[in-house]
Design a binder for this molecule. Structure first.
Ligand code: 4AD
Ligand code: MG
Length: 467
């Protein structure tokens, strides 16, 4: 075959220099046609759109044509021509073709219309489907949106450790990291494992949040964000929980509760607008195939003001709903941790817009949240979204050393692993605030997918670490 520099399909479809010889490489999605002419829909992942390859069968060897099956990888040299029937502006009249990789009929993606459950079982191949191509291109664009937003606002991208000895959320949901021989663990007289001879010389785990280290950075660089893998060994088999997910955590010195909420709202709106500006082809596909209200919902979020609602008022609204006969699975009372059904009632039925809930009872929130003067509530903020529930969890941090220590003592948090965190409160402490956004929760919203396992390439959930 003549050597011609490859052009990506996304670029070819924009060109109008018909008559030019081009090269395209990609995977066969479908092949149809008559005895004289065949039409191959070729996709190279650069866009949801396929380019149509028109093949005059007389020009090619029968042996070669036999190998052009669904899933096969092709290199095509041909003339770029104006298309009338392909649904695109341009198509290619094939002049030379080479099969780079054959694909026999054991290929699981022969037909369309597989269930999402089945596609999860073939997560190594599902990026080749239209749906997952769209989802993973959007995922990339959302990551770029996040970096763009914070970079434009003068935040520094700060890398916090993945292996850590502290439990930020204090929830005991950590995966341990060890090189010890699990069949021969040394224990002390009380039966506790001795970690002195372990790799790190102490018990270590995968991080549940970069926040504590993020606070160290914010009280030096002013405004930072982290964006990395996060791990939770919570045994929650739900459409919204992963054992390994990505979290974005900005932390800002001198910010108060209102500045925090403004940042949360501006950030999400920026990301959603970014999707509308940069991913329309993929969004239109998802809107058509999965969720007819998707684009409309995205537009709504960028143009409405989020409700800001104290927890206590939220409970009142939910109690009134119960009094009027609304049935929730879990009980509602002041002090309860809201279940996703409660959050979704507020967002989807009562307000019909995103809600930022604030001033939670301190008992249901983490030790580091700033205590309010009432002695009962803390300045925590959860951003609640339609379809998703909690998309962001954040707070103003308790910057007062004595108050923070009192809370740590009350909750019996082991201090020896926290000394460095407390130093921020000893040396030039300052008011500061931050939040964590679950990247996959954002993607659930932006793509309209119903299950969090379908917005991350290789989901890790209880009893599943395939691929
Ligand atoms: O509310 P969380 O637990 O807050 C924190 O970790 C804070 N340290 C963040 C901070 O203030 N810097 O988690 C933050 C967000 C949640 O709102 C949710 O979107 C996501 O992380 N998240 C999960 N996403 C997927 N799977 C899980 N198991 C998740 N747990 C939390
Ligand atoms: Mg939370």
């Amino acid at each position: 075959m003549e050597t011609i520099k490859r052009t990506k399909i996304v670029d070819l479809l924009k060109r109008e220099d018909f008559g030019t010889m081009v090269n395209v490489k990609g995977w066969v999605r479908t092949r149809r046609g008559s005895k004289q002419v065949n039409f191959i829909a070729l996709n190279d992942g650069s866009t949801i759109n396929n380019i149509q390859i028109v093949v005059d069968l007389d020009r090619f060897d029968e042996a070669l044509l036999k190998e052009i099956t669904t899933g096969a990888c092709l290199s095509v040299n041909g003339e770029l021509t104006e298309s009338v029937g392909s649904g695109q502006k341009a198509e290619i009249q094939a002049r030379e073709m080479e099969v780079l990789g054959t694909c026999d009929n054991s290929y699981p993606l022969q037909k369309k219309g597989h269930t999402m459950e089945f596609l999860r079982e073939i997560a190594h191949l599902r990026p080749r489907t239209n749906t997952f191509g769209a989802v993973f291109r959007i995922r990339h664009n959302m990551a770029i949106a996040i970096h763009t937003f914070f970079h434009q606002k003068g935040f520094f991208y700060f890398h916090t450790p993945i292996i850590t000895a502290s439990d930020c959320e204090g929830a005991g949901q950590m995966f341990q990291v060890t090189t010890k021989n699990l069949y021969d663990l040394k224990k002390d007289e009380n039966g506790s494992i001795i970690y002195d001879d372990d790799f790190f010389g102490k018990q270590a785990s995968l991080t549940v949040s970069g926040q504590l280290e993020g606070e160290l950075a914010a009280t030096a660089l002013g405004a930072i964000y982290t964006f990395g893998p996060t791990f939770r060994a919570e045994n929650s088999n739900t459409p919204r929980h992963l054992a390994e997910f990505w979290m974005v955590e900005p932390e800002v010195a001198f910010a108060d509760l209102h500045e925090l909420m403004d940042l949360e709202e501006e950030f999400i709106k920026f990301c959603v607008q970014w999707a509308l500006d940069h991913c329309m082809d993929d969004l239109e596909f998802l809107n058509k195939m999965f969720d007819k209200g998707l684009i409309e919902r995205l537009r709504q979020v960028t143009s409405t003001e989020f409700v800001r609602l104290p927890y206590t008022e939220g409970i009142q609204i939910l109690e009134e709903a119960v009094a009027k006969g609304h049935k929730f699975e879990f009980p509602v009372y002041w002090g309860c941790d809201l279940a996703s059904e409660h959050e979704r009632y507020l967002v989807e039925e009562h307000f019909r817009k995103p809600v930022i809930m604030i001033d939670y009872p301190k008992e249901i929130k983490a030790f580091y949240m700033k205590q309010n003067a009432d002695g009962k509530t803390v300045q925590g903020t959860d951003v609640l979204f339609p379809q998703i529930g909690e998309i962001i969890g954040g707070s103003v941090r308790e910057e007062n050393y004595d108050k923070l220590m009192a809370r740590i003592t009350e909750l019996h948090i082991p201090m020896k692993d926290m000394w460095w965190y407390l130093d921020t409160r000893k040396y030039g402490t300052c008011p500061h605030a931050g939040f964590g956004l679950g990247f996959e929760r954002l993607l659930l919203f932006v793509t309209g997918m119903a299950n969090i396992r379908d917005v991350i390439p290789f989901p890790r959930t209880p009893r599943n670490a395939e691929f």
